[in-house]
Design a protein around this ligand. Structure first.
Ligand code: ZN
Length: 295
């Protein structure tokens, strides 16, 4: 847009000069001096170079996001290749970024939620298609998806049971403090999130029952591994990525991220939600901090 105005301005200058050269007899065409044309062309060229420098290439943005998200080499190479190979990656990325911000909100120790953050559309869960261990609320959008997913599981002969959903900042404070008392700081940090750093505060998370390692071998645990992403759910703390997520493997803890992000996680991040959300977060941070970010 800036470039268009500049070109219009240059054209105006050109015609003003032409008019000036022809004097009052404007019907008679008079070529402006060659030196003047050369000067204008030089100014346009300089403008183009400056504009191109100010707008980083797609590769630069990609590398910055990959670097800041601290993606392991395997993922960095995969994203780099996907972005270079086809426009599908960029289209999929844009689709994720167009969705509701809360779906891709990165919540971890480095990115805690404010203590007064409470989702504005929490709905109390009611036992029906799924079993309920204790009544807790969930965001409307996650509840609707949970209903669909539970119905699909039922058709396959699997009953999902919800153990825990939304947790307030205050509740998480109690859970964390109790774990610190009983287990000590280090183990408590592997077991539970510090207040503000819990995904449960987003109102988009369900802990399925039972909340222990045996869940992975239950029919429900296996059904979720195979099907959860079809409904927009993603395992938050997978096996083998404990160092990156900071939590031990939690086969029961699923976060609703919506269909687009769930696909993005599966297609480009081998199902590891943590890296995908970090990458989306860093990409957005970069765009927000750059004057040319959203070009
Ligand atoms: Zn959980």
């Amino acid at each position: 847009m800036g470039m268009a105005w500049s070109i219009i301005a240059y054209c105006k200058l050109f015609f003003l000069y032409s008019y000036h050269e022809t004097g009052r007899n404007s019907t008679e065409f008079c070529m402006p001096r060659l030196s003047f044309i050369v000067t204008i062309l030089a100014v346009i060229l300089i403008h183009c170079i400056v504009a191109a420098k100010g707008r980083p290439a797609k590769e630069d943005r990609l590398n910055t996001a990959i670097y800041n998200a601290e993606l392991p080499e395997k993922f960095a190479k995969k994203i780099d290749a996907a972005a270079a190979r086809s426009p599908a990656f960029m289209a999929d990325l844009r689709t994720c970024l167009r969705g509701k911000k809360y779906l891709r909100e990165l919540v971890d120790r480095q990115h805690p939620l404010p203590s007064d953050y409470v989702p504005n559309d929490l709905v109390m869960l009611e036992e029906g298609i799924y079993q309920l261990i204790r009544p807790e609320p969930l965001r409307q959008v996650a509840l609707e998806s949970l209903n669909k997913m539970s119905a699909a599981a039922r058709k396959d002969g699997v009953t999902l049971a919800v153990s825990s959903a939304y947790r307030s900042y205050e509740y998480q404070t109690k859970v964390y403090n109790r774990n610190v008392r009983e287990l000590g700081q280090k183990l408590a940090d592997m077991e539970s999130a510090q207040p503000g750093a819990s995904q449960h505060q987003t109102g988009l998370v369900v802990d399925f029952y039972p909340v222990n390692e045996s869940f992975a071998n239950t029919k429900a645990g296996q059904w979720l591994v195979a099907n959860a992403s079809r409904f927009g759910w993603s395992l938050s703390f997978p096996k083998g990525h404990e160092d990156a997520t900071g939590y031990k493997w939690e086969s029961w803890h699923y976060r609703y991220v919506g269909l687009d992000i769930a696909r993005f996680i599966d297609n480009y991040f081998d199902g590891v939600q943590h890296y995908a959300l970090r990458f989306l977060h860093e990409w957005e941070q970069w765009e927000a901090s750059s004057p040319h970010g959203n070009q």
